[in-house]
Ligand binder design. Structure first.
Ligand SMILES: NC(=O)c1ccc[n+]([C@@H]2O[C@H](COP(=O)([O-])OP(=O)(O)OC[C@H]3O[C@@H](n4cnc5c(N)ncnc54)[C@H](OP(=O)(O)O)[C@@H]3O)[C@@H](O)[C@H]2O)c1
Length: 257
């Protein structure tokens, strides 16, 4: 596949890294900005070339990922000449599909995807909308493509990506609590990381059990897990999480108007 990236930043770097760890024999063209990131990718992977310009990325690619920040999308994309046969995959978190479609005309094969940085390890779930076989094939190689069947679903998945930093903050709270009780920081860090690795693996691989059922399984009646869940519920911790996601969803919807 001849794959091009307009915008060579954090998410392009993660995708290119993941693709090169897999089995695909892609030819990859990256745009010259950011110069340092583009040069590093080309130095690391023989199938990656830094194009002379954004237009050169388009001219040498069949599938084009748009990976600039939404704030510069108009300025960057409006001066490029897309082809009708280009397959466009927009990674821009906020820019709505109709806006992307306007910017990339005459290309009509346009889809949005919302990868997260763990695609670099080929463990990323990537929501796609509208469903698209080319995007699904690429993101299945980088973990798991999840084809949203409505714009509403896609925006909900996009909002849910706001739980990554809260997850690390939750993990940090536990590790810091352990260190306040005399555990060396390195042991606390290793303990928390390993617990969540194991639990995350169970959540991802035992689809036959709902997450609520797993929470029940890990909470002995009258036991300490049940105690902490009840305490956090009583203090509104889970409601606060839902409310935070509601606020993100509203923000995304407002930005898309
Ligand atoms: N990071 C994530 O986890 C993630 C996940 C999903 C979607 N996204 C989306 O992906 C897009 C990129 O995010 P990012 O985190 O990768 O941001 P980033 O690290 O800031 O990358 C954006 C890149 O665009 C480059 N750029 C700026 N102006 C340009 C131009 N005129 N032509 C070509 N490239 C230009 C920047 O280069 P300079 O450094 O030289 O300015 C930078 O390398 C955003 O729309 C974001 O919403 C990101």
């Amino acid at each position: 596949m001849r794959l091009g990236f307009v915008g060579t930043g954090a998410i392009t770097s993660a995708i290119v890294t993941g693709l090169n760890g897999g089995s695909g024999g892609d030819t990859i063209l990256v745009s010259p900005r950011n110069a340092e990131t583009a040069a590093a990718l080309a130095a690391r992977f023989p199938n990656v070339t830094v194009a002379a310009s954004n237009q050169a990325v388009l001219d040498g690619s069949d599938v084009v990922m748009l990976a600039v920040r939404p704030q510069v999308a108009d300025e960057v994309l409006s001066e490029l000449r897309f082809r009708a046969d280009h397959q466009i995959i927009s990674l821009m978190a906020i820019t709505p599909l109709n806006k992307v479609a306007e910017l990339v005309a005459p290309a009509t094969k346009v889809t949005r995807a919302i990868p997260i940085p763990i695609v670099a390890d080929r463990r990323g779930p990537t929501a796609i909308y509208p469903p698209n076989p080319v995007a699904a094939e690429i993101f299945n190689r980088l973990g798991s493509a999840i084809e949203a069947t409505s714009a509403e679903q896609f925006i909900a998945f996009s909002s849910a990506t706001a739980t990554m930093a809260p997850y690390f903050t939750f993990a940090e709270e536990i590790a810091a609590w352990l260190t306040r009780h005399g555990v060396p920081a390195t042991d606390a860090r290793r303990y928390v990381g390993t617990v969540f690795q194991g639990l995350g693996n169970i959540a991802a691989t035992t689809q036959e059990h709902s997450l609520a059922a797993l929470a029940g399984e890990f909470a002995t009646r009258g036991g300490i897990n049940e105690q902490v869940v009840a305490h956090m519920k009583a203090r509104g911790a889970f409601d606060a999480l839902s409310e935070g996601l509601d606020a993100v969803l509203q923000r995304m919807k407002a930005a898309a108007r």
